[in-house]
Design a protein around this ligand. Structure first.
Ligand code: ADP
Length: 144
Protein backbone atom coordinates (compact mmCIF):
# COMPACT_ATOMS: atom_id res chain seq x y z
CA UNK A 1 0.00 0.00 0.00
CA UNK A 2 1.19 3.50 -0.84
CA UNK A 3 -0.14 6.91 0.11
CA UNK A 4 -0.48 10.03 -1.96
CA UNK A 5 -1.76 13.52 -1.33
CA UNK A 6 -4.40 15.33 -3.37
CA UNK A 7 -6.21 18.66 -3.41
CA UNK A 8 -9.49 19.39 -5.12
CA UNK A 9 -8.56 22.93 -6.12
CA UNK A 10 -10.75 26.02 -5.58
CA UNK A 11 -12.11 26.19 -9.14
CA UNK A 12 -13.47 22.63 -8.94
CA UNK A 13 -14.96 23.07 -5.47
CA UNK A 14 -16.59 26.39 -6.47
CA UNK A 15 -18.05 24.77 -9.60
CA UNK A 16 -19.69 22.03 -7.51
CA UNK A 17 -17.51 19.16 -8.77
CA UNK A 18 -16.25 17.95 -5.37
CA UNK A 19 -18.55 14.92 -5.20
CA UNK A 20 -17.87 13.79 -8.76
CA UNK A 21 -14.11 14.03 -8.24
CA UNK A 22 -14.26 12.08 -4.98
CA UNK A 23 -16.39 9.43 -6.73
CA UNK A 24 -13.84 9.08 -9.54
CA UNK A 25 -11.05 8.68 -7.00
CA UNK A 26 -12.99 6.00 -5.06
CA UNK A 27 -13.93 4.18 -8.29
CA UNK A 28 -10.22 4.07 -9.12
CA UNK A 29 -9.72 1.96 -5.97
CA UNK A 30 -8.38 4.56 -3.54
CA UNK A 31 -9.26 4.60 0.13
CA UNK A 32 -9.55 8.05 1.71
CA UNK A 33 -7.49 7.97 4.91
CA UNK A 34 -7.85 11.69 5.73
CA UNK A 35 -9.95 14.48 4.25
CA UNK A 36 -10.73 18.08 5.13
CA UNK A 37 -12.12 21.22 3.53
CA UNK A 38 -9.73 24.16 3.93
CA UNK A 39 -9.58 27.82 3.04
CA UNK A 40 -5.86 27.94 2.38
CA UNK A 41 -4.00 31.07 3.47
CA UNK A 42 -1.58 32.63 0.98
CA UNK A 43 1.16 31.72 3.45
CA UNK A 44 0.20 28.02 3.43
CA UNK A 45 -0.08 28.10 -0.37
CA UNK A 46 3.43 29.58 -0.50
CA UNK A 47 4.79 26.75 1.66
CA UNK A 48 2.92 24.17 -0.38
CA UNK A 49 4.26 25.45 -3.70
CA UNK A 50 7.69 26.63 -2.44
CA UNK A 51 9.35 24.58 -5.18
CA UNK A 52 7.88 26.99 -7.77
CA UNK A 53 9.13 30.14 -6.02
CA UNK A 54 10.44 32.64 -8.58
CA UNK A 55 8.60 31.18 -11.57
CA UNK A 56 6.49 33.42 -13.78
CA UNK A 57 3.21 31.84 -12.63
CA UNK A 58 4.02 31.63 -8.89
CA UNK A 59 2.03 34.72 -7.81
CA UNK A 60 -1.01 33.71 -9.85
CA UNK A 61 -0.84 30.22 -8.43
CA UNK A 62 -0.80 31.48 -4.82
CA UNK A 63 -3.67 33.90 -5.53
CA UNK A 64 -5.69 31.05 -7.00
CA UNK A 65 -4.99 28.48 -4.28
CA UNK A 66 -5.98 31.00 -1.59
CA UNK A 67 -9.06 32.24 -3.47
CA UNK A 68 -11.61 29.86 -1.98
CA UNK A 69 -12.32 26.49 -0.40
CA UNK A 70 -10.29 23.42 -1.37
CA UNK A 71 -10.57 19.80 -0.26
CA UNK A 72 -7.34 18.16 0.89
CA UNK A 73 -7.10 14.36 0.94
CA UNK A 74 -4.64 11.68 1.91
CA UNK A 75 -5.29 8.65 -0.31
CA UNK A 76 -4.13 5.05 -0.21
CA UNK A 77 -3.89 2.19 -2.71
CA UNK A 78 -1.17 0.21 -4.48
CA UNK A 79 1.01 2.47 -6.65
CA UNK A 80 -1.02 5.43 -5.34
CA UNK A 81 1.27 8.20 -6.62
CA UNK A 82 1.31 7.00 -10.23
CA UNK A 83 -2.35 5.99 -10.26
CA UNK A 84 -3.50 9.42 -9.08
CA UNK A 85 -1.16 11.24 -11.50
CA UNK A 86 -2.70 9.20 -14.33
CA UNK A 87 -6.25 9.91 -13.17
CA UNK A 88 -5.44 13.64 -12.85
CA UNK A 89 -3.89 13.90 -16.31
CA UNK A 90 -1.61 16.47 -17.91
CA UNK A 91 -0.95 19.73 -16.01
CA UNK A 92 -2.56 21.65 -18.89
CA UNK A 93 -6.22 20.57 -19.19
CA UNK A 94 -6.11 21.30 -22.94
CA UNK A 95 -3.49 18.56 -23.28
CA UNK A 96 -5.05 16.12 -20.81
CA UNK A 97 -6.48 12.89 -22.18
CA UNK A 98 -10.18 12.08 -22.30
CA UNK A 99 -11.27 10.44 -19.05
CA UNK A 100 -8.83 12.37 -16.86
CA UNK A 101 -9.99 14.71 -14.11
CA UNK A 102 -8.13 17.72 -15.49
CA UNK A 103 -9.70 17.21 -18.91
CA UNK A 104 -13.17 17.32 -17.35
CA UNK A 105 -12.75 19.73 -14.45
CA UNK A 106 -9.75 21.89 -15.40
CA UNK A 107 -10.25 25.38 -16.83
CA UNK A 108 -6.65 26.46 -17.47
CA UNK A 109 -3.10 25.47 -16.56
CA UNK A 110 -3.39 27.23 -13.21
CA UNK A 111 -7.06 26.43 -12.55
CA UNK A 112 -6.62 22.77 -13.38
CA UNK A 113 -8.98 21.30 -10.81
CA UNK A 114 -6.81 18.87 -8.92
CA UNK A 115 -3.39 18.40 -7.39
CA UNK A 116 -1.69 15.00 -7.33
CA UNK A 117 1.62 14.66 -5.45
CA UNK A 118 4.58 13.68 -7.64
CA UNK A 119 6.21 11.28 -5.17
CA UNK A 120 5.82 9.49 -1.85
CA UNK A 121 8.15 11.86 0.02
CA UNK A 122 6.45 14.97 -1.35
CA UNK A 123 3.05 13.48 -0.50
CA UNK A 124 4.20 13.04 3.10
CA UNK A 125 5.55 16.60 3.28
CA UNK A 126 2.39 18.06 1.74
CA UNK A 127 0.03 16.05 3.97
CA UNK A 128 1.91 17.27 7.05
CA UNK A 129 0.89 20.85 6.17
CA UNK A 130 -2.78 19.95 6.59
CA UNK A 131 -3.17 16.83 8.76
CA UNK A 132 -2.16 15.83 12.24
CA UNK A 133 -1.83 12.24 13.40
CA UNK A 134 -5.39 12.18 14.74
CA UNK A 135 -6.83 13.15 11.35
CA UNK A 136 -5.43 10.03 9.68
CA UNK A 137 -7.35 6.74 9.78
CA UNK A 138 -5.31 3.61 10.32
CA UNK A 139 -6.23 0.31 8.67
CA UNK A 140 -8.14 -0.92 11.73
CA UNK A 141 -10.71 1.84 11.29
CA UNK A 142 -12.09 0.28 8.11
CA UNK A 143 -14.13 -2.92 8.36
CA UNK A 144 -12.91 -5.45 5.75
P1 ADP B 1 1.60 19.24 -11.64
O1 ADP B 1 0.55 19.83 -10.71
O2 ADP B 1 0.98 18.65 -12.87
O3 ADP B 1 2.55 18.30 -10.94
P2 ADP B 1 3.63 21.34 -11.52
O4 ADP B 1 4.12 20.75 -10.25
O5 ADP B 1 4.61 21.65 -12.61
O6 ADP B 1 2.45 20.47 -12.19
O7 ADP B 1 2.88 22.73 -11.19
C1 ADP B 1 2.10 22.88 -10.04
C2 ADP B 1 0.86 23.67 -10.38
O8 ADP B 1 1.23 24.98 -10.79
C3 ADP B 1 0.05 23.10 -11.56
O9 ADP B 1 -0.83 22.07 -11.18
C4 ADP B 1 -0.67 24.34 -12.04
O10 ADP B 1 -1.80 24.62 -11.21
C5 ADP B 1 0.37 25.43 -11.82
N1 ADP B 1 1.20 25.66 -13.03
C6 ADP B 1 2.22 24.89 -13.47
N2 ADP B 1 2.77 25.38 -14.60
C7 ADP B 1 2.09 26.51 -14.87
C8 ADP B 1 2.17 27.49 -15.91
N3 ADP B 1 3.08 27.39 -16.90
N4 ADP B 1 1.30 28.53 -15.89
C9 ADP B 1 0.40 28.64 -14.90
N5 ADP B 1 0.26 27.75 -13.88
C10 ADP B 1 1.08 26.70 -13.87
Amino acid sequence: MERTFSIIKPNAVAAGHTGKIIDSILERGFRIVAMRMVYMSRNTAAKFYAVHYGKEFYGRLLDFMSSGASVVMLLEREDAVNELRMLAGHTDPAQAEEGTLRRHFGESVTRNGIHAADGVENARREAALFFTEDDIMDAGYFPS
